[in-house]
Design a protein around this ligand. Structure first.
Ligand SMILES: Cc1cc2nc3c(=O)[nH]c(=O)nc-3n(C[C@H](O)[C@H](O)[C@H](O)COP(=O)(O)O)c2cc1C
Ligand SMILES: CCCCCCC(=O)C(=O)O
Length: 345
């Protein structure tokens, strides 16, 4: 049941597969005779220096993978000098996760907007007090996508685990959904499907933290996001878990970069699995990437050490591949390193 929840995508999983294929189809065209005796993988994001252009994506309910759950992931992110985004739907209190992540250059709190706006405002106050430095507002999930494995398995969070940051929230009556997955039921009853761009102005009245919107695919929306003064954009199809047959996120990066120029940082996630994937995403116009499921696999195998190994593997792959591309810094990773997608067979 847990593996089904973590691994699955929406409906036929076409987008889930496309996220991986979009990276595999691309080829790198290296430069030679460039001094790569020192390779620098670091990046400045929101004024913070991250050791690598790879952040950990927000993922719900990490205690199902390992008893230390989000605490272990936060410790691994801090030790690797990178950033983690903590889901509203974490199985540890957001304050405890922030403490575990002390030393991380940049902690994000991922916000799912609760229908009860007072409760949402309290979550945001708690996040600021706990030391989170920025928000990721997820905008691609007015409803949870349909995941067949969760329906088949009648998914529910095994007790005594709980959604710690939703404690105190008034439980709602029947949600009207016919889903057999209890998270889908909770989501439908508690998460606000009525967001529009005006929400960003409301958010500014209750939080001073920089705002990244997560789940942008259409360049027109990227343009609107910048018009509404967001601080960053995350190009994402939610790891193929929301709208099936939406495009691979990385395929939309060039058009979104064209739409917003360099006014805000652009991150992308979905299907990043290697150092060369990171190079491809940056060459297409992203500033950095988020990593999802591989973090859960590392966590399930060996807790904090497993996550650390996943991050270290990607860091060393990135460093070696940058050297082999003739790119001693991230600024050297430009579109000229890429050949177009290979034709589909
Ligand atoms: C098990 C799981 C739980 C997730 N939970 C959240 C969440 O709570 N909030 C959110 O914005 N995105 C969530 N996501 C989406 C991720 O943040 C990210 O967009 C996606 O996993 C990236 O794709 P990848 O897994 O192929 O790397 C979740 C993804 C997975 C796999
Ligand atoms: C009520 C818990 C819902 C968690 C949903 C997390 C998520 O975004 C996912 O893709 O799964």
């Amino acid at each position: 049941m847990v593996y089904g929840y973590y691994s699955s995508g929406a409906d036929s999983e076409a987008t889930l597969q496309d996220n991986i294929q979009a990276f595999k189809r691309r080829r790198l065209l290296p430069r030679i005779m460039v001094d790569v005796s020192h390779v620098d993988t670091s990046i400045i994001l929101l004024g913070a220096k991250l050791a690598l252009p790879l952040l950990i994506a927000p993922m719900a309910m990490q205690q199902m993978a390992h008893p230390d759950g989000e605490l272990a992931v936060a410790r691994a992110a801090a030790a690797a000098g990178t950033s983690m985004s903590v889901s509203t739907m974490a199985t540890y209190d957001l304050k405890d996760v922030a403490s575990a992540g002390t030393g991380s250059p940049l902690l994000f709190f991922q916000l799912y907007v609760i229908k009860d706006r007072d409760f949402t405002a309290k979550l945001l106050r708690d996040a600021a007090e706990a030391g989170y430095k920025a928000l990721m507002v997820t905008v691609d999930a007015p409803h949870l996508g349909y995941r067949q494995a969760d329906e088949r398995n009648e998914f529910s969070l095994p007790p005594p685990m709980g959604l710690r940051n939703l404690e105190g929230l008034q439980s709602k009556g029947p949600d009207g959904s016919r889903s057999k997955s209890s998270i889908s039921q909770v989501f439908t009853s508690q998460i606000d499907p009525g967001l529009s761009w005006e929400f960003i102005a409301w958010l500014r009245t209750v939080s001073n933290l920089p705002i990244f919107v997560k789940g942008v695919l259409n360049p027109a929306d990227a343009h609107l996001a910048v018009q509404h003064s967001v601080d960053g954009i995350i190009v994402s199809n939610h790891g193929g878990r929301q709208l099936d047959f939406s495009p691979a996120a990385v395929d939309m990066v060039p058009a979104i970069r064209d739409a917003v120029g360099h006014r805000v940082p652009i991150l992308v996630d979905g299907g990043v699995r290697s150092g060369t994937d990171i190079i491809k995403a940056i060459a297409l116009g992203a500033d950095a990437v988020l990593l999802g499921r591989p973090v859960l696999w590392g966590l399930a195998l060996e807790g904090q050490h497993g996550v650390a190994k996943v991050l270290e593997t990607l860091r060393s792959e990135l460093e070696l591949s940058m050297a082999l591309c003739g790119a001693p810094t991230l600024a050297h990773i430009t579109p000229s390193l890429l050949m177009g997608p290979m034709p589909r067979l």
